[in-house]
Design a binder for this molecule. Structure first.
Ligand SMILES: [Zn+2]
Length: 249
């Protein structure tokens, strides 16, 4: 279950499904990514706060470019920036990974037995590309993760109440899952799709058990007081982030 707590007086979100993994879903109170000039001091201050909390240097706080692809990279020690990827798999405990969001769906995968984790950016393009499912297949094929050992957190994203799409996106979304019943709503001649549930269903199609998936109830648009929304805030460059770090073994 997801819950809110304070870190140095600032609200962060966590979930107990990721027990054993150091993780933070940041909120509007502690952003670490923005292109707005007036935000840069607070971004810097928050990055320093999280690095200190994680016990890492800023060189080891790594992130991908996020281009709405289905490309997955494995984090390498000494490499900070991943220009092509939308998902990062973390296998060492000297680095921490963060990805940034404002409506797109954040996924975190964690295998406690193998002590490996991943953060995945799944907007509609990534979801249609099944990037979450592909990441857990890679964890299984290349890092010996047993599918039954992988726990998944699906974080705050624009939800079916607010995520209106055009017919082309709707059609592509619906063929990205085998069973698409209940993944959309029609209201006042408009189409709304449920990206969080779509990702969940893709993961279950690869064998992830339902009890190993935790879906965050927050909608970035409805709960805009807590999270950023690209749509609601007119293409804001402010982002909330998902940060993970493996425990030392
Ligand atoms: Zn909503």
């Amino acid at each position: 279950m997801f819950y809110l707590e304070k870190l140095n007086g600032k609200t962060v979100m966590k979930t107990d499904i990721l027990e054993g993994l150091t993780h933070f879903f940041t909120t509007r109170e502690c952003p670490i990514k923005s292109k707005e000039p007036e935000m840069q001091d607070i971004i810097k201050e928050n990055r320093i706060m999280f690095c200190k909390e994680l016990g890492i240097t800023e060189d080891n706080f790594v992130y991908p470019e996020q281009r709405h692809t289905d490309t997955i990279a494995v984090v390498k020690e000494g490499q900070t920036y991943y220009p092509e990827a939308d998902a990062l798999i973390l296998t060492n405990h000297t680095q921490a990974v963060f990805l940034n969001f404002a409506d797109c769906t954040p996924l975190v995968a964690y295998d406690k037995k193998q002590n490996i984790g991943a953060v995945i950016h799944a907007g509609w393009k990534g979801t249609v590309g099944r990037i979450g499912a592909k990441t857990i297949i890679k964890m299984h094929d290349e890092f010996n993760s047993n599918i039954d050992d992988i726990k998944i957190a699906i974080g705050a994203a624009i939800s079916v109440c607010c995520y209106e799409v055009k017919e082309d996106v709707f059609n592509m979304s619906m063929i990205s899952v085998k069973n698409n019943s209940g993944l959309y709503k029609f209201r006042d001649g408009k189409i709304y799709v449920d990206l969080k549930e779509m990702n969940k269903r893709q993961l279950m199609e690869e064998g992830i058990k339902e009890e190993n998936i935790d879906v965050c109830p927050y909608c970035t648009s409805c709960d805009n007081n807590l999270f950023y929304s690209y749509r609601k805030e007119g293409a804001t460059t402010n982002r909330h982030s998902v940060i993970i770090k493996l425990k030392d073994v």
